[in-house]
Write a protein that binds this ligand. Sequence first.
Ligand code: GLU
Length: 447
Amino acid sequence: MIDEKIEPILDEVVRRNPGEQEFHQAVHEVLGSLGPVLAKHPELAEAKIIQRVCEPERQIIFRVPWQDDRGEVHINRGFRVEFNSALGPYKGGLRFHPSVYLGIVKFLGFEQIFKNALTGMPIGGGKGGADFDPRDRSDDEIMRFCQSFMLELFRHLGEYTDVPAGDIGVGGREIGYLFGQYKRITNRYESGVITGKDPSWGGSLVRKEATGYGTVFFVQEALKAAGKAFDGRTCVVSGSGNVAIYAIEKVHQLGGKVVACSDSSGFVHDPDGIHLELLQQVKEVERLRISAYADRRGDSARFVPGGSIWEIPCDVALPCATQNELTRADAVALVRNGCIAVGEGANMPCTPEAVRTFAEAGVLFGPGKAANAGGVATSALEMQQNASRDSWTFERTEDRLAQIMAGIHEVCFETAEEYGRPGDYVLGANIAGFLRVARAMAAHGLV
Ligand code: GLU
């Protein structure tokens, strides 16, 4: 049930942003928790903070022309939504995927505001990307696309203004090309203008691992609060990109066993436990489909084209692929098979019906804006190292990440208790994240 003061705000967001289904979903999900906040803080209602936070500060849409290796001309659409700068410069990744349109960028940017606030670091929220499909593109084509994209985007960026990073389709290679072009255009070695850089030229150790590790750290904290642990648990991790790979690694380090992972072509089931080096070779080095993993693994693993990875019984489920990948039917299957905890490594991977199913069944549920905040938190650590012209060891950086994730868990846990809904991490994350941003916005006056 949506609060009666919140409902008209939500209606207005839907009316003003037609056709942006994912954005509506993300706003609905956050605003659904904020009724009791307005009751407690009438000053925030009076200043219309909720209405303001739903309207991006600035939205940039631009043409990205480029030529493929045969000389054919392509036109893509680039985006950067600078959503909220109350707590710091706009911060958030770039996604290159054919599904990208304004509604996806706005959902991601909106989530990013509260996620970034939860980290406790001084970063605002933003997101960007393009409807460019990097699949089967040569290195040269990727470079030309990144250069053309940056030739427009650079004017909006700056270490005190807007700091992008990676997301789906944007990894270390793309960050390198984007940074190189920014440096060339501006003639400045402004390390802190982009994060996810290679550690050999200004990046932070642990950034690559951080989202996956952080998700597992968050779930570990939630299990601990319930008197449980990862040790001996069976896990299923969807996806096989950066987030999934390092979530798998950390689960294995903590004594759990990941028995399945996936890509958009299907999933592999490997009851002996996913072989991490083989997975990295197939996905990161050779950039092949996940079936190649099963082909090379031999008898122990099987590839299932299509189908649902969530049918495989597990104790802990970590959706690390993409939005709305885990539906109500999947959630029902997980609950039926005895799943006790779910942590969102991706952004909004569980549909609202799936989240409700987990809540009704008493499954521990870590929402993305809390559980996957480790990536952006480590981006903020990268900015910190860049600003002080320093670089930290792997151990020091991982310790900070673990501390930050424990802090996020604590504030979500305590906020849920304070608002009379113990164990409700969705409510705790939404309220705690919102309050941090709202207080800063109120202090800055009507801007
Ligand atoms: N794209 C990541 C996220 O969804 C990381 C963003 C960043 O490091 O700025 O949080």
